[in-house]
Design a protein around this ligand. Structure first.
Ligand code: 9MG
Length: 271
């Protein structure tokens, strides 16, 4: 079968579907199969191009989930939405392999193929799309004291190295998208700098993913820390990201973000 190729002639919206029971007030969280499937279909009808299904929370301090438990959470959902373009948000090769067999066509690996040595073979053998994301540390400790000599250059260097590793391992470049990992081992200032210099991440010849939706730095920058108060800030970041080179925007609020993305595309066509 032909390997996956990112098609980004227009910016894509990736809707977040967390199937995790963590007691975290995350609007993307759906704990039973029926409501997860309903939400996935709703996001698709609202304009999501990709549904990102995750069974392990990546928030700081979240519990580690076993392979069996992660499979139990994600597979029944993916099986029922396999007619959509589905990404599986996992760092585990076994989970990725089963998710692909169930219908996922993209692996969203926040460890950029580092946590599980078998992940790169899964991506190569199945010819699926892959998102290589930057993270400093691990989800458990990443916000303890993030440090960089130059966050933009350090993250660029990391992503360039991970692309090189994937390609040297037989993954086709057209399968790869990159992500600076907003909020993953970054202070507010690191996140701000990465977004301010976003164009520097659009130079790898791979689509650029940005996931800032409802993250805490948005509340902090707006001095409104509540999760529910982060929609307008998230939309502002989505607009900024699309205008500065991002092709894939990972979000909770699909309908609103799809409007923003469509509006920017329409305005771009005015000469
Ligand atoms: C799983 N997950 C949470 N935040 C994310 C982000 O910013 N990017 C990607 N690729 N995945 C994320």
């Amino acid at each position: 079968m032909e390997a996956f190729q990112w098609k980004t002639t227009r910016p894509l919206v990736m809707g977040i579907l967390n199937v995790t029971p963590d007691s975290f007030s995350d609007g993307g969280r759906y704990t039973d199969v029926a409501s997860a499937v309903t939400r996935a279909r709703q996001m698709a009808s609202e304009g999501a191009d990709i549904i990102d299904v995750g069974g392990e929370s990546t928030r700081p301090g979240a519990p580690v989930v076993s392979v069996d438990e992660e499979l139990r959470r994600v597979l029944p959902v993916i099986e029922q939405i396999a007619d959509l373009l589905v990404a599986v948000d996992t760092t585990k090769a076994v989970v990725a392999g089963h998710a692909i067999a169930a219908g996922a066509r993209i692996v969203n690996d926040i460890s950029a193929l580092q946590y599980d040595a078998d992940m790169v073979s899964v991506v190569r053998e199945f010819g699926v799309g892959v998102i290589l994301m930057h993270m400093q540390g691990t989800p458990a400790t990443m916000q303890d004291n993030p440090c960089y000599s130059d966050v933009v250059q350090d993250v660029r260097f990391f992503l360039a190295e991970r692309i090189e590793f994937a390609v040297a391992s037989g993954v086709k470049k057209m399968q790869i998208a990159v992500d600076p990992g907003i909020g993953f081992g970054k202070t507010i200032e690191h996140n701000r700098q990465l977004l301010a210099k976003l164009k520097e991440f659009a130079t790898f010849g791979c689509p650029l993913v940005v996931g800032a939706s409802r993250k805490s730095f948005i509340g902090q920058l707006l001095s409104r820390p509540e999760y529910e108060q982060r929609l307008s800030g998230s939309l502002a970041v989505a607009a900024w990201a699309v205008m500065h080179g991002a092709q894939i925007i990972r979000v909770h609020d699909v309908a609103e973000t799809a409007d923003v993305v469509r509006m920017i595309a329409a305005l771009r066509q005015i000469n």
